[in-house]
Write a protein that binds this ligand. Structure first.
Ligand code: ATP
Ligand code: MG
Length: 445
C-alpha cells in the first residue's frame, strides 16, 4: 500500500525531464505535465465505503464508553516535546515526529493520548470532583517502519479513569475495553498482569539496567534477557524473573507466584486477585500473564493487553493499565487507569457492517428548479440521501446513472401538470404515481 521512497525519487526525475522538454517546445504553461503527488509514507487515504465502516465502529465505541459514564475530551494534535520525553526519556524522539516551530519551540505530533489527557487534567480539571471518566478518539503519529497494522498516522480510541487506586477502577476500565472488543465481534484474548511486582524485583538495579530488562521482556527477547542478566552475575534474580514471566493461566496461578516470590509482593498479588474477582462479575474472560510489562510505558500496577491472533505480528489491539503521570506535569500525584485500542488494527478484524442509508434520486426532465424544491422537502422529511442531477443530463441518462439508488422520483412536465410524482423502485423497476405525502410515507417505511 505504501509506496517506496525510490519511486517518488524516480517520478521527480521524470517530471523534471518532461518540464524541460515542454519549455523547449515553447509552450510551457499548457504542456507542463505535473508530477503526481503521492501521500506521505505510512499514511493512508480512506474512501467512502471504508469511512462508513470506520464511523460505524467509532460510533459503537463511543456509545459503549458513554454507557459507562465516560465523556469525550479533545487535546491538540501537537504538544510540547517535553510532554513525551519527561517519562520515556530522550530516546523516544527517534520514534516520534518532533520538530521546531518558527519560534524555535520544541514540539511533537502526539504519539499517543495518555500524556496529553493527563496534561489536560492538570491544566484544566485538577479541582473537579473525582473520579473523572474521559474518553478520546484521535489520530496519533509515530515514526515507525510502515507495515501491515503499523502506520505513521493511526487512530486510537481510549479512556482514562482519573483519581482512583482501587481494584474497582482497574476492573471497570478492563471491563469496558473487553465489552467494546466483544461488541465488535473480534476474536481476541485478554491478558492481565501486575507490573508493580516486577518493578519491586528490579528495584535494587540501576534504572538503566532495569529499563533494558523491561524492554526485553516486553519484546519477548528471552535469550537476550538471559545473556544480559547472567552476564551481570544476576543468576538468582534471573531464575526468579524467568519463572515469574512464564506464569500464565487462570486466577489460580496467582497463588503459584506467591510461592516463587517473597512476602514483599503479597499486597500486589492480593490486589491482582481482587481485580480478577471483579472481572468475573463483569463477565470478562482473561488469562493472568505475569510477562505483561508494557515496555517503555509509565504503568505502575495492573497492566493488560488484548491480542487478536489472526493479525499475526501486529496482533496487539489494545493495551492499558494503571499509572501515575500527573505529578510529572506539575500537578499532584493522582492515580489513574486507562487503555488505548488500536483502531486500525480493530478495523481489520471486527465484524461490523454499517447500516446503509436509503438513496433517492430526484430525476427531472428540464425541471431542475422543481427537482431542487422536491429534494429539499424530502431531506426535511425522510432519513435518506437525496441526490439531484448536477451534470445537465437528460432524463434517460439521469435514470441510467442512478442505478445504485433505491428509488428515483421523476419530476417532468407531465407530473407537474398532473400534480403527482412518478416513483420508480430501482430494484424491481416498478413505477407508480404518488402524491407528496404518500411519497414521504413510502420512503419512510
Ligand atoms: P506495538 O507493540 O504493536 O508497537 P505499542 O505497545 O506501541 O504496540 P501502545 O502504545 O500501547 O502500543 O498503543 C495502543 C495500541 O495502538 C496498540 O495496542 C496498537 O493496537 C495500536 N498501535 C500502536 N502503534 C501503532 C501503529 N504504528 N500503527 C497502528 N496501530 C498502532
Ligand atoms: Mg509500538
Amino acid at each position: 500500500m505504501v509506496r517506496a521512497v525510490g519511486n517518488a525519487g524516480n517520478s521527480e526525475e521524470n517530471g523534471e525531464t518532461e518540464n524541460r522538454a515542454a519549455s523547449e517546445n515553447g509552450s510551457l504553461r499548457e504542456s507542463k505535465v505535473k508530477r503526481k503527488i503521492e501521500r506521505p509514507r505510512g499514511t493512508r487515504d480512506f474512501l467512502p465505503d471504508e469511512m462508513e465502516k470506520r464511523r460505524a465502529v467509532e460510533r459503537i465505541m463511543r456509545e459503549i464508553a458513554e454507557s459507562y459514564g465516560y465523556r469525550e475530551v479533545c487535546t491538540p494534535t501537537f504538544e510540547h516535546l517535553e510532554l513525551f520525553t519527561i517519562k520515556s526519556g530522550e530516546g523516544i524522539i527517534e520514534e516520534i515526529y518532533a520538530f521546531k516551530d518558527k519560534s524555535n519551540r520544541n514540539l511533537a505530533l502526539r504519539p499517543e493520548l495518555t500524556a496529553p489527557v493527563m496534561r489536560l487534567f492538570v491544566n484544566e480539571c485538577s479541582v473537579m470532583p473525582r473520579p473523572l471518566r474521559f474518553y478520546y478518539f484521535a489520530n496519533c503519529f509515530r515514526y515507525e517502519r510502515p507495515q501491515k497494522g503499523r502506520y505513521r498516522e493511526f487512530w486510537q480510541f481510549g479512556v482514562e479513569l482519573i483519581g482512583s487506586d482501587k481494584p474497582m477502577a482497574d476492573a471497570e476500565v478492563i471491563g469496558l475495553a473487553y465489552r467494546i472488543l466483544k461488541e465488535l465481534g473480534i476474536d481476541f484474548e485478554l491478558h492481565i498482569g501486575h507490573v508493580g511486582i516486577l518493578r519491586k524485583l528490579l528495584s535494587n538495579l540501576e534504572p538503566e539496567l532495569s529499563l533494558k530488562i523491561f524492554r526485553l521482556i516486553d519484546k519477548e527477547q528471552l535469550d537476550e534477557l538471559e545473556r544480559l542478566m547472567r552476564g551481570r552475575g544476576l543468576d538468582v534474580l534471573y531464575a526468579k524473573i524467568s519463572e515469574l514471566i512464564s506464569t500464565k493461566g487462570d486466577a489460580g496461578v496467582i497463588e503459584k507466584v506467591r510461592e516463587i516470590l517473597d512476602s514483599s509482593v503479597n499486597e500486589d498479588l492480593d490486589y491482582l486477585k481482587e481485580v480478577c474477582t471483579l472481572l468475573d462479575s463483569y463477565g470478562v474472560e482473561y488469562v493472568v500473564d505475569m510477562s505483561i510489562v508494557r515496555g517503555l510505558d509509565y504503568y505502575t500496577g495492573i497492566v493488560f493487553e488484548a491480542y487478536a491472533e489472526s493479525l499475526g505480528a501486529q496482533k496487539q489491539v489494545c493495551g492499558g493499565g494503571s499509572y501515575r503521570l500527573s505529578h510529572l506535569f506539575g500537578g499532584e500525584d493522582v492515580p489513574s487507569t486507562g487503555f488505548a485500542i488500536g483502531f486500525d488494527r480493530v478495523m481489520e478484524v471486527c465484524r461490523v457492517s454499517p447500516s446503509r442509508k436509503l438513496k433517492v434520486a430526484v430525476v427531472d426532465a428540464n425541471c431542475s428548479r422543481e427537482a431542487v424544491r422536491l429534494a429539499e422537502m424530502l431531506r426535511d422529511r425522510v432519513k435518506a440521501a437525496v441526490i439531484v442531477d448536477v451534470m445537465g443530463r437528460n432524463l434517460k441518462k439521469q435514470l441510467s446513472h442512478c442505478s445504485d439508488a433505491d428509488f428515483a422520483v421523476i419530476v417532468g412536465r407531465k407530473e407537474l401538470e398532473g400534480g403527482y410524482y412518478t416513483l420508480k423502485d430501482m430494484r424491481s423497476g416498478e413505477q407508480r404515481k404518488v402524491g407528496f405525502e404518500e411519497l414521504v410515507k413510502i420512503l419512510s417505511s
